[in-house]
Write a protein that binds this ligand. Sequence first.
Ligand SMILES: [Zn+2]
Length: 451
Amino acid sequence: MTTTSSRAPIAAVAELPSAVELLQQLIRFDTSNPPGQERECAVWLKSLLDDHGIENQILHPRGKPDRCSVVARIEGRGDAPPLLLQGHIDVVTVHGQRWSRDPFGGEIADGCIWGRGAVDMKGGVTMMLHAMLRAHQSEVPPPGDIILAALADEELGGRSGAAFLVQEHPHLFDGVEHALGELGGFTVHARGRRFYPIMVAEKHICRIRVKFLGSGGHGSQIHRDTALTRAARAVRRMERRHPPFKLVDATRAMLEAMAEEMSITEAMALRMAMKPNTAGVALGLMGDRVGRMLEPMLRDTINPTIIEGGLQENAVPSEVEVLLDCRLLPGSNQSDIVREVLAVVGENAEIKVERYEDGPPTVDMALMPYLSNLLEKADPGSKAIPYMVAGGTDAKWFHKIGIDTYGFTPMRLPPNIEFMELFHGEDERIPIDALKFGCALMYEAVSGYRG
Ligand SMILES: [Zn+2]
């Protein structure tokens, strides 16, 4: 449903706002999801784009007027396909966290802008917005059209945001091959080296419900081999037995690029990680922190998340259900993971696939050289590497209409700031220098993109 739309006036009038002001303003809208309530933020974005004479519209699913996304477009020279900049304006909750500053204040202190969303990902949306405003004011239009999608609902799966747009308004993205999105382009300091991971792939989700059956009866009697003890044994086995190691192209490219930069012993561990029969040893050698980060990129995973069973205090249940959150590598499919689950749960269990999201069988990395070059030029001596994210982002929705997303919201970070710790954490903040670095690179990326 389209609530409002506008045509671009002949000339833009408003001045280019500073990136710092844009981000402060975005942070001040509390778009914690749940419930989301992106409307106010979207209305503000719309009026800003209107002031600059940029064609844009607010869209929301039928019956959900608070779940607003904004899609804006500027025209290019027609020398390249349109480039999509997609970022979400909802944020995760601050509930239960202890912040030293107002999470929705957008305060400036210690060279940083503080607040929920500073890095995930109102900071990234700021870079996209700033690049678009700048491209619109430039005397030379960009090679192709630039489309900005400021999205609702990413944090809870994107059904009211990206999924809604690709299902109901796919024409807005006609001709788009590539998108720039979240989770990439930030500095990772490792052994004195600086890496810039660019997200090129994500795992896809399979949720499996396992029903364990066993003898039930009165809680005053002796029972052996009940549904509950069977479930407990299966869950214990899941800690020890995992799906086999598999090397996908994106992870191979990442490990090879890192090995080239590291010392001989570190490189050896990285190369061992590429071989299924030595990957386990390699992960052990890398230590807990690195191993834990790398392991989900090397295998499908199975995690029990919900157990349900038993209704009455004095009755042993004859059925217990365990929900498994499974995450699959590109190229793995439903039957692969079902086979693994069956092997671990054993007999006397019924399994049912509750949700399966198909993922791309292979990963496109065509835009890697272009984006790597931008980052390595901006931070000489650093190395950009492709990587796969263990979780999911809105990239999966855009992939359904043939758009490949690259994680590219560049941030040059000092060694004392760990990006992943700020993510969803308390005292989320972004160094102002990193924001400016991102704005400059985002502008370069949109003005040089050739498809
Ligand atoms: Zn995010």
